[in-house]
Write a protein that binds this ligand. Structure first.
Ligand SMILES: [Fe+2]
Length: 395
């Protein structure tokens, strides 16, 4: 283990904290670009409450609405343009992962004259790594991506069908106002997808990490068990604030770096899913829910001991030995059953996706990230044929 860890995002957590938005924003600027998605924040009244808090604190605002579920680089460019024209000196993201991701990139794009796509990793490198950005405040309205307190953002180029990311310390939000009350109106399916996404964030590092991080393993298992216990409660009754609170906190800690620190893990399931959703514009976690169990069955054959640990600690199964593949696979079956129990899809056919582009997803994924030898990093590394086999097993 050899690492440096710093997450500077100030986290203000708990029901009712939306009312503090104006006071918090006053510490970072005078005029905010308020970024939102498809309009649910307006229908739920959250937008009105946010604006009331800003206005009471003397903070002006301009709006960038309509950020898509898979946020597009054109929306980033549009937001940056509004921020420049309106003279905004900070960005407030009021929405889910896509709104927060777009907001982070807008914060840097506002101060950059070139094409914002230059900042997104493609072909293994950034054309331009930003060095300055406006301060960002995140106000998540969905428990899922953990984007509120990390420095990553995933953006889609709809023209080239490339979905890739930027992850640099500059993009850590200054503050995250994490108010579980804002998630009570999230519908059942989106709540379930959030649970699937957050669990996948920790399984990636759990199964693809260095293998020398026993504390991190226990943290990850704690997140998975908590999400599996409280997730179904939040899905069954959206107004269960205790369940909403546990899921929101789980989503944040799953990807603010602390659970995964020292693992140095790549995220192969996310890399494959991003490529699939670049072509089909499916919900991120619907893609994860299909690909993750399929990937697990592939990976368990080489990394059996870790999957046995997962089966034993998460599902209470009892293995005969650390190489007990049957036990490892039984744990994966149980995990897939959990995903089905919360109505997440586990086969491509459920989304109407056939095998026509399987090879394209695989080769495109390698264009974003590869190990220099034509394989996708992970345990084990994956060739195009391996990825196609995984996709095919999930048809
Ligand atoms: Fe994710």
């Amino acid at each position: 283990m050899n690492f440096e860890y710093q997450n500077p995002t100030r986290i203000i957590f708990g029901a009712g904290n939306l009312s503090r938005l104006g006071e918090v924003a006053g510490g970072y600027g005078k005029k905010a670009l308020l970024v939102t998605g498809g309009g649910s924040v307006k229908r739920s009244g959250v937008f009105g409450r946010a604006v009331a808090s800003l206005t009471a604190a003397g903070i002006a605002y301009a709006e960038c609405t309509g950020v898509e579920p898979n946020p597009r680089i054109t929306s980033v460019a549009r937001g940056a343009e509004i921020a420049r024209k309106e003279g905004c000196d900070m960005i407030i993201a009021l929405g889910g992962g896509s709104v927060m991701d777009a907001s982070k990139v807008i914060s840097a794009a506002t101060l950059y004259d070139g094409d914002p796509w230059d900042m997104i990793l493609h072909g293994q490198e950034h054309v331009y790594v930003p060095t300055e950005a406006l301060p960002v405040i995140t106000v998540p309205t969905l428990a899922a991506t953990g984007s509120e307190a990390n420095c990553g953002a995933v953006i889609t180029n709809e023209e080239t069908k490339v979905k890739s990311f930027i992850q640099i310390p500059l993009l850590y939000p200054k503050a995250a106002i994490v108010d579980p009350e804002l998630t009570v109106s999230v519908p059942k399916d989106q709540t379930a997808y959030g649970v699937c996404d957050l669990i996948t964030h920790v399984t990636e590092a759990y199964f693809n990490g260095s293998g020398t991080t026993p504390i991190q393993d226990r943290f990850a298992e704690g997140v998975i068990l908590t999400a599996m216990e409280w997730g179904p409660k939040a899905i069954a009754d959206g107004n269960d604030l205790a369940a909403r609170t546990q899921i929101q906190w789980s989503a944040l800690v799953a990807l603010n770096g602390w659970v995964n620190v020292g693992t140095n893990a790549p995220y192969p399931v996310h890399m494959m899913e991003h490529t699939v959703s670049a072509y089909h514009d499916i919900t991120h976690a619907a893609g994860l829910s299909i690909i993750n169990p399929a990937w697990m069955r592939f990976a368990a054959r080489t990394n059996t001991a870790k999957f046995v640990q997962f089966a034993e600690r998460i599902f209470g199964l009892k293995a005969t030995a650390t190489d007990d593949l049957a036990c490892a696979l039984e744990g994966i079956d149980r995990f897939e059953q959990f995903l089905r129990s919360i109505d997440c899809p586990t086969r491509f056919s459920e989304l109407g996706i056939d095998d026509a582009l399987f090879e394209t997803y695989a080769t495109d994924t390698l264009k974003i990230v590869n190990d220099g030898q034509g394989n996708l990093p992970g345990i084990p590394v994956m060739s195009v044929a391996d990825m196609v086999g995984i996709f095919r097993s999930a048809l």
